[in-house]
Design a protein around this ligand. Structure first.
Ligand SMILES: [Zn+2]
Length: 92
């Protein structure tokens, strides 16, 4: 893993206590940047530049997908009902 900002090697944070803390930190203590996803630019930060391991993808994806499908199907039924109601109102 290399620093996404300066490209130097990063140090694994194996004993991190805060689950939101980065999994990796830049080996350069003067490299203090954070990436702003809104502006897509690097900004000065109080903390050393960090990086996170990609989220593991396991069996939870399929159940997630089924859950999402149910939500969409429920919404679709609502939309169908609205269209039916409007249709009936126009016809009558
Ligand atoms: Zn760096």
């Amino acid at each position: 893993m290399n620093c996404p900002y300066c490209g130097k090697p990063m140090v694994a944070q194996t004993n991190k206590t805060n689950p939101n803390a980065p999994d990796w930190k830049c080996s350069d203590p003067n490299c203090k940047k954070s990436y702003n996803w809104k502006t897509k630019e690097w900004e000065d930060s109080k903390y050393i530049t960090g990086a996170w391991n990609p989220k593991p993808k396991g069996n939870t994806v399929s159940t997630d997908f089924e859950d999402r499908l149910k939500v969409v199907e429920t919404d679709l039924e609502k939309v169908k009902q609205i269209i039916r109601d409007r249709w009936n109102a126009e016809i009558n």
